[in-house]
Design a protein around this ligand. Structure first.
Ligand SMILES: *Cc1c(COP(=O)(O)O)cnc(C)c1O
Length: 370
């Protein structure tokens, strides 16, 4: 059977080795499973260059579960969270804080550009009540890379805590938990680490974790309690996603063999360049200026003449899952560059797009008129 490729922001295409790692059962209290948990936790801290200062906490569920655990556990009940929003994932963090009843400030900016560090600085100078700042590193809505280090410096200088949604960058774009003085980096098993979905995790500052007791209003999403559980006996508090953890460990082996974060980022960049060049040649126009484009996912303007649902279905039949857009004002669709694929697959995807638009009776000229 020919391979089906997921050109999406997750779940992603995984390797046979990663999927094979799930072909046995573990008991949650078995010594080898406890060792597996320890190993994965250590490796995640290592990826953030934070073995000493930070500790990692695994959470059952998708990435959003880990974000929700982080916000409710780190932002004190009487604290106030500033969220820098330039897309759906920033907006989601604000919504989580609102639901939790935390005080909230939001700086919303254009979805096709990075957030503005100066606006964050002005807000922190003006509003003494803000205790924590949340930023999305790569805003997957548009594919834009936000200026993490600049914002981190501003936040640290003003003595506030920084929460980073690093979901779609962790493992592909270097993040130094020390240099950014991050209270928490949040990501998941199924994006740039190329595992299967089901585990969210937080690489959190140890002192911040220590001080987080009693903040959470949820039992299962209490990051402090989850961390204490791991530290006490090496076990998960509730039924662990055993097979998913084994797949993540195998995926981390492969990340190491590939050459770590720089090599993975470079592969994604080659894929990104291949898809941008190929789609441009067909008349499609990327949403972002090249200097703002992270090598994770590319948003293209949807040409008015292109029926996305039909385009999607025809691409699926050719072996590729693409992704709808998520911007509020601009009509786009997206092609992901992450997962166990390379630029050759991206060139095949572009060839499938060429085929598909021909089958739909659309010429490059008709698309270029977008
Ligand atoms: C994928 C993603 C999330 C989490 O989404 P889930 O569907 O819960 O895994 C959060 N933030 C960003 C930036 C993402 O790309």
């Amino acid at each position: 059977m020919p391979h089906h490729y997921l050109l999406t922001p997750g779940p992603l295409t995984t390797t046979d080795a990663t999927r094979r790692a799930m072909a046995r059962d573990w008991g949650s209290r078995d010594q080898d499973f406890i060792a597996l948990t320890r190993r994965v936790r250590d490796r995640l801290c290592g990826l953030a260059r934070a073995e000493r200062s930070h500790s990692s906490v695994l959470i059952q569920g998708s990435g959003t579960f880990a974000i929700e655990a982080t916000i409710q556990s780190l932002v004190p009940r009487d604290g106030k969270l500033l969220v820098l929003v330039n897309g759906a994932y920033g907006r989601r963090m604000a919504e989580i804080a609102r639901r939790l009843g935390r005080k909230l400030a939001v700086i919303e900016s254009d979805e096709d550009r990075p957030v503005d560090p100066a606006a964050a600085a002005a807000c922190l100078d003006r509003d003494e009540g803000v205790t924590d700042v949340a930023i999305v590193h790569c805003e997957t809505t548009s594919g834009v890379l936000n200026p993490l280090q600049d914002v981190a410096d501003i936040v640290a200088k003003r003595g506030r805590r920084l929460i980073v949604d690093a979901m779609s960058s962790f493992g592909a774009i270097a993040i130094d938990a020390g240099a950014t003085r991050s209270a928490a980096l949040v990501a998941s098993s199924n994006k740039c680490l190329e595992g299967v979905p089901g585990i969210g995790f937080v690489v959190a500052d140890r002192a911040v974790l220590e001080g987080a007791a009693g903040n959470a209003i949820s039992l299962s999403l209490d990051l402090h309690a989850q961390w204490r559980g791991f530290e006490a006996d090496g076990q998960w508090r509730f039924t662990p996603p055993t097979h998913i953890l084994a797949a993540l460990d195998a995926a981390l082996d492969q990340l190491e063999v590939e050459g770590g974060v720089p090599a993975r980022g470079a592969r994604y960049r080659r894929s990104c360049d291949a898809v941008v060049a190929g789609m441009r040649a067909l008349g499609f126009v990327p949403l972002l200026a090249p200097e703002h484009q992270a090598p994770i996912i590319v948003a293209f303007h949807r040409p008015p003449k292109l029926d996305f649902e039909r385009f999607y279905a025809l691409m699926f039949r050719r072996g590729f899952s693409i992704y709808p857009g998520k911007l509020t004002r601009i009509d786009t669709f997206r092609i992901g560059c992450i997962g166990a694929i390379d630029e050759q697959v991206m060139r095949e995807a572009v060839a499938a797009v060429a085929d598909t638009i021909a089958a739909m009776g659309l010429s490059a000229a008709a698309l270029g008129a977008a």
